[in-house]
Design a protein around this ligand. Structure first.
Ligand SMILES: *[C@@H]1O[C@H](CO)[C@@H](O)[C@H](O)[C@H]1NC(C)=O
Ligand SMILES: *[C@@H]1O[C@H](CO)[C@@H](O)[C@H](O)[C@H]1NC(C)=O
Ligand SMILES: *[C@@H]1O[C@H](CO)[C@@H](O)[C@H](O)[C@H]1NC(C)=O
Ligand SMILES: *[C@@H]1O[C@H](CO)[C@@H](O)[C@H](O)[C@H]1NC(C)=O
Ligand SMILES: *[C@@H]1O[C@H](CO)[C@@H](O)[C@H](O)[C@H]1NC(C)=O
Ligand SMILES: *[C@@H]1O[C@H](CO)[C@@H](O)[C@H](O)[C@H]1NC(C)=O
Ligand SMILES: *[C@@H]1O[C@H](CO)[C@@H](O)[C@H](O)[C@H]1NC(C)=O
Ligand SMILES: *[C@@H]1O[C@H](CO)[C@@H](O)[C@H](O)[C@H]1NC(C)=O
Ligand SMILES: *[C@@H]1O[C@H](CO)[C@@H](O)[C@H](O)[C@H]1NC(C)=O
Length: 300
C-alpha cells in the first residue's frame, strides 16, 4: 500500500483512539432577549473533558480571530479582552468545580450592542472542540402603524411605518384580495424606505399609492408585518378597504350617490365607517358623465 495512504488511514484510525477527548454539550443561555427585560446574561459553555490536560477555554465573537475571553483552567483567574472587555465579568463562577468554574461569559449589562455569534472553544493537549450560538438582544418598534390616506379622484395611499427597531427586521406589505387572492393587482407598486442610526436602530416605511378603481369589488385587506429573524418578535397591522357597487346598471339611472357605498375598515383605533360617495370608483363617475352630461351636451 502507498505509504501516504497508509499514513492517512493510520492517522484516521489513531484519531479515534486518542486518549484525551473534549466535547461541548451545549452553550446554555437564551437565543434572544427583548431589550430591557433582564439586567444580566450568562452564556455557559458546558463541556466535558476526558483524560485531557492543559485545558484552555476561549470565547470568540462573530468569527473573529481575537478572543474576547480566556481561561487557562490550571489558573484560578480568567481575562476578558477586546470590544466587550468592560461588559464581561471574568470573575463570575458558573460552577463550584475548579475544572469548570470560569467557563461562562457573564454580561454585566444587556443591550442590543451585545447581539452576535458567540463561539466557545475548549482546547487541550490532544484535542479541541468548539460551538457557536447566536444571541440577539432586540428592541421592538416604539411605534408601528398602518393607515389608509384618502385623496381625491380615487387617489389613495396605504402608509405603514415602524420606528426605532433593532436589529434589522423583515418588514413587508401584503394584500389579501377578493377570494383570498394574494396577488398584487396591476398598477400597485410598493415603495419601501429605511433609515438606520449609528446604534443600528431602524426606521422603516412602506408607501403604496394606488387608484381605488383598480380594486376588485368586495373587501381588500392590506397587511403590514414586522418581524426579527432569530427571535419570536412579530407584529402585524392591517387595514381593510371595502368596495360595494350594488347593481351598477340601474344605479346610474337613478341617483347613484345613494347606491354606491365605500366602507373603510380599519383595525384597532382606526375603525370607522364611510357612506359618502366622493370616493366611489372612478368608473362610475365616467359612466355618470356619459349618462348625465353627454345627453345635456347633445341637447344644447
Ligand atoms: C483515560 O486514560 C486511561 C489510561 O490511558 C484509560 O485507561 C481510560 O480508559 C481513559 N478514559 C477515557 C474516558 O478515555
Ligand atoms: C450569525 O452568523 C450568521 C451566519 O453567518 C449570520 O447570518 C447572522 O447575521 C449572525 N448573527 C449576528 C447577530 O451577527
Ligand atoms: C383613477 O383611475 C381612473 C380610471 O382609470 C382615472 O380616470 C382617474 O384619473 C384616476 N385617478 C387618479 C388620481 O389617478
Ligand atoms: C371569486 O370567486 C367566485 C366564485 O368562485 C367567482 O365567481 C368570482 O369571479 C371570483 N372573483 C375573483 C375576483 O376572482
Ligand atoms: C419612495 O418614497 C421616497 C420617500 O417617500 C421617495 O423619495 C421616492 O421617490 C419614492 N420612490 C418611488 C419609486 O416612488
Ligand atoms: C426615526 O424616527 C424617530 C422619530 O421620528 C427619530 O427621532 C429618529 O431620529 C429616526 N431615526 C432615523 C435613523 O431616521
Ligand atoms: C417570546 O418568547 C419569550 C421568551 O421565550 C416569551 O416570554 C414570550 O411570551 C414570547 N412571545 C411570543 C409572542 O410568543
Ligand atoms: C338605488 O337607489 C334607488 C333610489 O334611491 C333605490 O330605489 C334602489 O333600491 C337602490 N338600489 C340598490 C341596489 O340599493
Ligand atoms: C370590518 O371588520 C370587522 C371586524 O374585522 C368585520 O366584522 C366586518 O365584517 C368588516 N366589514 C367590512 C365591510 O369589511
Amino acid at each position: 500500500m502507498d505509504k501516504f495512504l497508509a499514513g492517512v488511514i493510520g492517522c484516521l484510525l489513531c484519531s479515534c483512539y486518542v486518549h484525551g477527548a473534549l466535547k461541548i454539550n451545549s452553550i446554555i443561555g437564551p437565543e434572544y432577549i427583548e431589550d430591557g427585560t433582564i439586567d444580566e446574561l450568562v452564556l455557559d459553555c458546558d463541556f466535558e473533558a476526558n483524560n485531557e490536560t492543559d485545558i484552555v477555554v476561549k470565547w470568540f465573537l462573530n468569527g473573529q480571530e481575537e478572543q474576547i475571553y480566556q481561561w487557562i483552567t490550571d489558573m484560578g483567574t480568567a481575562n476578558a479582552m477586546g470590544p466587550l472587555k468592560d461588559v464581561i465579568d471574568p470573575t463570575y463562577k458558573v460552577t463550584q468545580d475548579e475544572a469548570t468554574m470560569l467557563r461562562a461569559l457573564k454580561f454585566k449589562e444587556v443591550n442590543p450592542g451585545i447581539s452576535g455569534n458567540y463561539t466557545c472553544k475548549v482546547s487541550g493537549d490532544n484535542s479541541d472542540a468548539l460551538m457557536t450560538k447566536q444571541v440577539i438582544v432586540y428592541s421592538p418598534a416604539t411605534s408601528f402603524d398602518i393607515a389608509l390616506i384618502l385623496g381625491t379622484d380615487g387617489d389613495e395611499t396605504i402608509l405603514c411605518d415602524a420606528i426605532n427597531v433593532t436589529p434589522k427586521p423583515i418588514f413587508d406589505l401584503n394584500i389579501v384580495g377578493t377570494n383570498d387572492s394574494t396577488e398584487w393587482p396591476e398598477g400597485f407598486i410598493v415603495n419601501k424606505t429605511e433609515a438606520v442610526d449609528s446604534f443600528g436602530y431602524y426606521n422603516l416605511s412602506i408607501t403604496l399609492p394606488f387608484n381605488s378603481s383598480y380594486l376588485e369589488e368586495g373587501t381588500t385587506k392590506f397587511v403590514c408585518s414586522l418581524s426579527i429573524p432569530g427571535t419570536n418578535y412579530s407584529e402585524t397591522k392591517s387595514v381593510q378597504r371595502f368596495i360595494d357597487s350594488g347593481t351598477p346598471a340601474e344605479i346610474e339611472m337613478n341617483d347613484y350617490s345613494e347606491n354606491i357605498t365605500v366602507a373603510l375598515n380599519f383595525t384597532e383605533e382606526y375603525r370607522f365607517d364611510h357612506g359618502d360617495n366622493g370616493l366611489a370608483p372612478l368608473r362610475y363617475s365616467f359612466i355618470t358623465f356619459f349618462m348625465l352630461i353627454f345627453p345635456l351636451l347633445l341637447i344644447t
